[in-house]
Design a protein around this ligand. Structure first.
Ligand SMILES: [Zn+2]
Length: 149
C-alpha cells in the first residue's frame, strides 16, 4: 500500500494512531492503522507520548543547498511558502527557521532576507522589526550618498 510520508514519519516517531489522526487530520482507523501494519510498527504504548516539536519536524524537511542555503522538501502553500502542520497548527518554514535562529517568535511575518527565494536556513530570515531597521539604514545611506540607482 501507499503510505503517506507524513503518516510514516509520525508512526516512526512513536505517536498513537489517534494522535496521528489528530495531528494530520486523517482517519486513525482507515488510514493510520493500515499504514502501521504495512510498515510493521508495533502499536504505541499508552502513557508514553514522545513529543516531536515543530522544530524537530522542521529539520526533517530541510535540505542544504550547494550555495549555503536550505530548501524545503515538505509541503508548499500558495506562492511556494514552506508549510508544516503540527498539532493541528499550520507553521511556515520561515517562522520556524526564525525561531530556531533567534529563540523567539518573529514580530509579524518572518521572510527570507538572504535573497534566495523560499530559503529556510535558520538565520536567513528577518521579521517586521528587521525590515523596518533595514529601511531606516537604506534611508540613511540615501541621505548620505544619494538615492541608489
Ligand atoms: Zn538563505
Amino acid at each position: 500500500m501507499n503510505v503517506r510520508a507524513d503518516v510514516a514519519e509520525l508512526l516512526r516517531a512513536g505517536l498513537s494512531d489517534r494522535a496521528i489522526g489528530r495531528e494530520l487530520g486523517v482517519d486513525p482507523i482507515a488510514t493510520v492503522r493500515p499504514a502501521r501494519q504495512a510498515l510493521g510498527i508495533p502499536k504505541s504504548k499508552p502513557g508514553r507520548r514522545p513529543t516531536a516539536t515543530p522544530e524537530d519536524l522542521f529539520w526533517r524537511r530541510v535540505k542544504p543547498t550547494d550555495d549555503d542555503h536550505m530548501e524545503w522538501t515538505g509541503h508548499h502553500g500558495a506562492e511556494g511558502t514552506p508549510l508544516l502542520r503540527h498539532g493541528g497548527v499550520l507553521h511556515t518554514g520561515y517562522r520556524l527557521a526564525f525561531r530556531i535562529a533567534n529563540g523567539r517568535d518573529p514580530d509579524g511575518y518572518a521572510l527570507p532576507s538572504c535573497g534566495r527565494e523560499h530559503c529556510v536556513k535558520p538565520g536567513h530570515h528577518g521579521d517586521r522589526a528587521d525590515r523596518a531597521r533595514e529601511k531606516r539604514v537604506d534611508a540613511l545611506y540615501a541621505d548620505i550618498f544619494g538615492p541608489s540607482a
